[in-house]
Design a protein around this ligand. Structure first.
Ligand SMILES: C[S@@+](CC[C@H](N)C(=O)[O-])C[C@H]1O[C@@H](n2cnc3c(N)ncnc32)[C@H](O)[C@@H]1O
Length: 361
């Protein structure tokens, strides 16, 4: 793995730092492919030993997700070039316009460095956050805030050319920036009419192109972005997700402290027997590590949920369907499905008709 260096942020170079000096890092043997059922996927092109780091992906947008921010040690610095946790005991610089308690910087230089990006969201947060939280709840507020941060990054990016490393990755077929966000899977067809209707109301009420949120996209484009965000965003947890087989001593992965959208990490499909563990690093970058030796051509899969929490086939299926809207076609589910079919005794048609009769007797 090549060494990734995180530079200290100079106030005046904030945007440059975010867009140029902290690119994602992708292992040279990680490749992209398409699966007819699952869509885009990640594969390895050569033997990858257990423990190898395969990806360190910069978040395109990230928000803190904590209860009671002033009392919480899991709040993260709002400067995307920093994203470090800011505990109650560290200096916490608030927004000069007092927008919301979830927005804090770890130092005045981080606040200054982030002033342009935060300027994009500040009026929106001040105007709408309280009413969205009261009327629609914390989940929808978080979802809308992620969208606002995606739009803020897009806005900042449009003023800057690609970095050298981004151009090098582009030559190898890895898209970055807004181009890569546009490729994320997800459309209104995946979700129920009721859900799409409610998102349409949210977009029209809170996310229209306006002087408060000057993004230049249409209602349909923002709605599409919500569908993509909902299919691709990651919850950030303090412990690694995806050890399999689940060790007997395994404990849950802990409390979620942030949510983020990553363009390359989002290409990883789910498996209930994953070969990758994932965990955010101290700057909110998503890190993929091989949890066993991987052979050329093998698909790289993560687990979208905590495997300690949903163990049997039914529970895994229900959870994935409810939270991620797809039927899992991983090898473990397919083999568990076969086993279930073998274990279920075949019922002949006479047995079916006999059952109600037994009730009568
Ligand atoms: C985060 S995206 C993963 C990348 C995606 N395949 C793409 O084309 O961009 C999640 C989507 O991939 C598909 N997917 C991921 N894991 C799957 C699995 N085990 N079985 C079936 N579909 C899966 C589902 O459509 C899901 O909504």
């Amino acid at each position: 793995m090549s060494q990734v260096v995180f530079l200290t942020v100079e106030p005046s170079s904030c945007v440059d730092t975010v867009f140029k000096t902290h690119p994602s890092w992708i292992h040279p043997h990680l490749t992209q492919d398409i699966d007819l059922v699952k869509g885009r996927q990640l594969r390895v092109s050569a033997l990858i030993p257990k423990g190898t780091c395969l990806l360190i992906d910069r978040p395109y947008a990230i928000i803190p997700v904590v209860d009671n921010p002033p009392e919480n040690d899991d709040l993260t610095c709002s400067n995307p070039a920093c994203n470090q946790r800011v505990t109650r005991h560290t200096e916490r610089c608030p927004c000069p316009n007092a927008c919301i308690r979830d927005v804090r910087w770890c130092s005045s230089s981080c606040r200054e460095a982030d002033s342009v990006r935060h300027g994009f969201e500040c009026t929106w947060l001040k105007r709408y956050s309280e009413s969205i939280r009261a009327k629609w709840g914390e989940y929808d507020f978080g979802m809308l805030w992620v969208i606002v941060r995606l739009l803020a990054t897009r806005q900042g990016e449009s003023q800057h050319s690609k970095s050298i490393s981004e151009s090098e990755l582009a030559l190898k077929g890895w898209k970055s920036g807004w181009d890569s966000i546009s490729l994320l899977c997800g459309s209104s067809d995946t979700w129920s009419h009721e859900r799409v209707r409610s998102w349409t109301v949210l977009v029209k009420k809170y996310l229209q192109n306006s002087p408060i949120l000057p993004h230049g996209l249409s209602t349909d484009q923002v709605l599409h972005l919500i569908c993509q965000e909902e299919a691709n965003s990651f919850g950030l947890y303090p412990k690694e997700t995806g050890h399999f087989p689940v060790p007997e001593s395994a404990s849950p992965r802990g409390e979620q402290f942030a949510a983020a959208v990553y363009s390359t990490a989002a290409m990883a499909n789910h498996s209930c027997a994953p070969n990758i563990v994932h965990k955010p690093n101290d700057q909110g970058y998503m890190v993929f590590t091989a949890s066993r030796d991987m052979h050329p051509g093998e698909e790289c899969c993560i687990s979208y949920f905590d495997l300690t929490q949903h163990t049997d086939l039914t529970s895994r299926r229900e959870h994935l369907q409810r939270s991620f809207r797809f039927v899992c076609r991983c090898e473990r589910c397919l083999s568990d499905e076969k086993l279930e079919k073998i274990e279920e005794p075949e019922q002949s048609s006479s047995e079916w008709t006999a059952m109600p009769m037994m009730d009568i007797l």
